[in-house]
Design a protein. Structure first.
Length: 166
């Protein structure tokens, strides 16, 4: 019997940039916190079908770093989930996606980057919890210097397969 394997490209948040984000996730969504560290998803599994071309694209990137400007904490999925929505204007993130997904033969979408604090699959936000989260100091900007190719088998923890410098 083979396990379902999922892959993504992820920008992990260094705890030194924001220990508060990791603390929120550990306190209010410990299951998800154990499965994967605090992160911004760069590319989802359906975008990674041609992994050989993507790895070649990743090896040719030499930006040094990118910044993501954060906006506000919002609820989603009928209020069950909580995320930090990024500012709509994040040219570094979108440019990085263009570089990673070039030469793949499909239209590149530009999703709004975000950080999930409480995933509705395994947590539920209440008004009280949301009020507490909103009192925590969320950084206005995060910077990233590497991209991680990660993999999850079934419902197990995500594992880093390979990292690439931005």
């Amino acid at each position: 019997m083979s396990l379902n394997i999922r892959r993504q490209l992820t920008l992990f948040i260094d705890d030194q940039q924001s220990q508060d984000i990791a603390d929120i996730r550990k306190r209010y969504n410990p299951v998800q916190s154990r499965l994967i560290g605090s992160h911004v998803t760069l590319c989802r599994e359906h975008e990674l079908e041609n992994l050989d071309q993507i790895k070649e694209n990743l090896k040719s990137i030499h930006l040094g770093s990118i910044f993501i400007h954060l906006d506000r904490v919002v609820r989603f999925s009928d209020g069950k989930g909580v995320m930090i929505a990024a500012d709509e204007i994040n040219p570094g993130y979108h440019h990085l996606r263009q570089l990673v997904l070039k030469n793949l033969g499909f239209e590149i979408k530009f999703p709004q980057p975000h950080i999930t604090l409480m995933h509705p699959r395994n947590s539920t936000c209440t008004d009280e919890i949301f009020s507490k989260i909103n009192k925590i100091n969320i950084p206005e900007m995060l910077f990233f210097t590497e991209i991680s190719l990660i993999e999850q088998e079934g419902d197990n923890e995500w594992k880093i397969i390979q990292t690439f410098k931005i």
